[in-house]
Design a protein around this ligand. Structure first.
Ligand code: SAH
Length: 237
């Protein structure tokens, strides 16, 4: 009799534990879909690969647990150490501007939570990402491995110098605002490559710029829109 009760209770208990987990995953998926429809497609993003990636990557896994309920609001959120995970629309816009395709190797400066790297990794062949704040870089690297993003390579350091051993890159994204475009990054951009970078002074509106390099190696810089990013910091400051 005792054995029978045990046999019955165990599956019921398991079910009680599983139901909330499945329900919250479904809930996040619905919220993600709503965000993509209203604030990504609805705001003019057209690139199908960017949209597919925004539909795939679980943003709730990249924000602090206590902020998960806000993961699908179209806003930046604090991730500790004075840094933020960018607003989803800006993540999508920068991804679209980079015109990433499946053969591309992409460099990101400013890993932060790892979310933007994950968005790029769904589309690109390989993503290389550098973070200057060690604990953030370590946490992001662990998270990306846990979630199975095997084509993302992380490094701790000052991204001003890029990642010379892995250069050149088809696309470069900088997710912190610098007062100028770092020359080492321009050098590491392939002919035909694209770079997206916010430029301006800390804590003032900055300008998101798209740099393209033609087949002959010449650069063109285009202003896209005013933005507000956390500052690009330097190892020696
Ligand atoms: N892409 C991130 C956004 C993080 S905010 C995300 O999806 O969450 C920008 C990040 O850039 C911060 O974590 C900050 O520490 C980092 N950063 C600032 N200056 C840097 C530099 N010189 N090299 C590398 N990372 C830098």
């Amino acid at each position: 009799m005792k054995g029978m009760v045990f046999k019955l209770v165990t599956p019921v208990l398991l079910l009680c534990m599983l139901i909330p987990i499945v329900a919250s995953a479904v809930n996040y998926r619905n919220e993600r879909e709503r965000l993509v429809r209203n604030h990504i497609i609805g705001a003019g993003i057209k690139d199908t690969e960017t949209i597919r990636s925004m539909r795939t990557v679980p943003r709730e896994k990249f924000v602090p647990t206590e902020l998960r309920k806000h993961a699908y609001a179209n806003q930046p959120l604090p991730i500790g150490y004075g840094q933020t995970i960018s607003q989803p629309y800006i993540v999508a816009l920068m991804t679209e501007l980079l015109s990433v395709d499946e053969d591309d190797r992409v460099l990101e400066i400013g890993t932060g939570s790892g979310y933007q790297a994950a968005i790029l990794a769904v589309i690109a062949q390989e993503v290389f990402t550098i973070e200057i704040i060690e604990p953030l870089g370590i946490a992001a690297s662990k998270k990306l491995t846990e979630l199975g993003y095997g084509n993302i390579h992380t490094r701790i350091g000052d991204g001003y110098y890029g990642w010379e051993e892995q250069a050149p890159f088809d696309a470069i994204i900088v997710t912190a605002a610098a007062d100028h475009i770092p020359p080492p990054l321009l050098k590491q951009l392939s002919p035909g490559g694209r770079m997206c970078i916010p430029v301006g002074q800390p804590y003032f509106p900055q300008v998101l710029k798209l740099v393209t390099r033609d087949r002959e190696g010449n650069f063109t810089v285009r202003d896209i829109l005013p933005v507000q990013f956390v500052p690009f910091t330097r190892a020696d400051e």
